[in-house]
Design a protein around this ligand. Structure first.
Ligand SMILES: CC(=O)SCCNC(=O)CCNC(=O)[C@H](O)C(C)(C)COP(=O)(O)OP(=O)(O)OC[C@H]1O[C@@H](n2cnc3c(N)ncnc32)[C@H](O)[C@@H]1OP(=O)(O)O
Ligand SMILES: O=C([O-])CC(=O)C(=O)O
Length: 375
């Protein structure tokens, strides 16, 4: 029986399993990866260090980090067959579908088999996702067959290098690094829970991640960063933002990039990405989007006590770095795959098939009526 006090809809408040990877909102509004505070990680660590922490349980020392970055760099090349498949996907496909297909295709070409190489499979996905999405994007949009290797040794820098065909500025590489850290992990969110349900059947890693990408795609989850951009990009001023928001709320529309299933007063990732969005606005030389975003934040708090989640200021930040809006959510995948695969391995290590019960609301037991006798 669902505990009504916990607000059963959406399984809110129910403990659905154990994890040692992450806590969300336990210390008020805090977020910790394996005990480390998110703000400290975003300030002092690089994304590869954080991925290592999530996947292996401890921060690497200098030699371990160097070796890990070298390993990931050496895993970037895509199989030729995968490139051929990506070339067949049309330019108007949804980029999250491209990644979902790319992940699934890789699972055919490089089958996981038994789980003994699960760490290498996880690293391979982490290393190849920037190449998969950018190979498709550059081929379908620019007619270019890119080399999915780049000289950048950070995953964030590598993503931008593939997209723009040149090494990113130090500022852009730093912000990508911060962004990937912020997005890497978030306990039992919808996509991670999807991955764990799939893992609990003892399915392979590629199936778990493919399923998770499907869940992240939706606008109530990862897709919100793109929807936020679509909302703010046409607003010329703070005044226009406020009048449009008023109209949207009157129509009972949801404001994308606001609210959260767990946090009640703030999302700790917001202040971090907001800071970097402001720095990027200065660098860009036009802060309209940033000002409009700040006005939206202030209005939403005053009017609805709703705060920006991780997605909202990512919209302006990514835009300032010259990233097309349709690639926003795929970047989330390039990061969150570290959390998903860590959860799959954790589920496998202490598994019982996830199979909750349902409260039945259909008709009582009734007699079957033969087809010819039905009204
Ligand atoms: C990285 C991430 O995945 S973060 C989440 C990204 N998603 C978004 O930004 C989409 C917009 N936000 C939302 O749809 C929701 O806030 C969710 C999906 C994130 C959380 O949903 P819930 O847990 O159901 O929200 P919650 O129970 O706190 O909602 C309380 C009330 O606030 C309203 N509300 C919540 N978010 C919003 C919003 N963004 N805009 C307008 N109203 C909102 C709800 O409609 C609800 O109103 P009601 O009681 O009249 O029905
Ligand atoms: O935890 C959630 O429900 C959504 C979220 O913020 C995330 O996955 O990063």
């Amino acid at each position: 029986m669902v505990d009504k006090a916990l607000g059963g809809a959406g399984l809110r408040g129910q403990v659905a399993g154990q994890t040692s990877i992450c806590t969300v909102g336990t210390a008020g509004n805090g977020l910790h990866y394996r005990g480390y505070d998110i703000e400290t990680l975003a300030d002092k660590a690089c994304f590869e260090e954080v991925a290592y922490l999530l996947l292996r349980g401890e921060l690497p020392n200098e030699a371990e980090l160097g070796a890990y970055k070298t390993k990931l760099k050496g895993m970037r090349k895509l199989p030729a067959t995968l490139c051929e498949m990506l070339e067949k996907i049309p330019a108007d496909a949804h980029p999250m579908d491209v990644l979902r297909t790319g992940c699934s295709a890789l699972g055919n070409l490089e089958q996981e088999g038994d789980f003994s190489a699960q760490m290498d499979v996880s690293d391979r996905l982490l290393a190849t996702f920037p190449g998969i999405i950018n190979y498709w994007y550059r081929f379908s949009h620019d007619g270019v067959r890119i080399d999915t290797d780049s000289d950048c040794d950070s995953i964030g820098g590598h993503f931008l290098a593939l997209l723009h065909g040149k090494a990113p500025s130090a500022l852009f590489e730093k912000v990508m690094n911060v962004s990937l850290i912020l997005y890497a992990e978030h306990e039992f969110n919808a996509s991670t829970f999807t991955a764990r349900v799939c893992a609990s059947t003892l399915s392979d890693m590629h199936s778990c991640v493919t399923a998770a990408i499907g869940s992240l795609r939706g606008p109530l989850h990862g897709g919100a960063n793109e929807m936020a951009m679509a909302m703010i990009e046409h607003w010329a001023s703070e005044e226009e933002a406020v009048s449009r928001l008023n109209a949207m709320l009157e129509q009972k529309e949801k404001i994308m990039g606001f609210g959260h299933a767990i946090y009640r007063t703030k999302d700790p990732r917001n202040a971090v990405i907001k800071y970097w969005s402001k720095a990027l606005a200065r660098d860009f030389g036009d802060d309209r989007l940033y000002r409009v975003s700040e006005a939206t934040e202030q209005f939403m708090w005053e009017k609805k006590q709703l705060f920006p989640n991780a997605d909202f200021f990512h919209a302006s930040a990514y835009h300032y770095m010259g990233i097309p809006t349709k690639l926003f959510t795929p970047i989330f995948v390039c990061s969150r795959v570290s959390g998903w695969t860590a959860h799959v391995m954790e589920q496998r290590a202490n598994n019982r098939i996830i199979r909750p019960s349902a409260e039945y609301t259909g008709p009582d037991i009734r007699e079957f009526v033969a087809l010819e006798n039905r009204a």
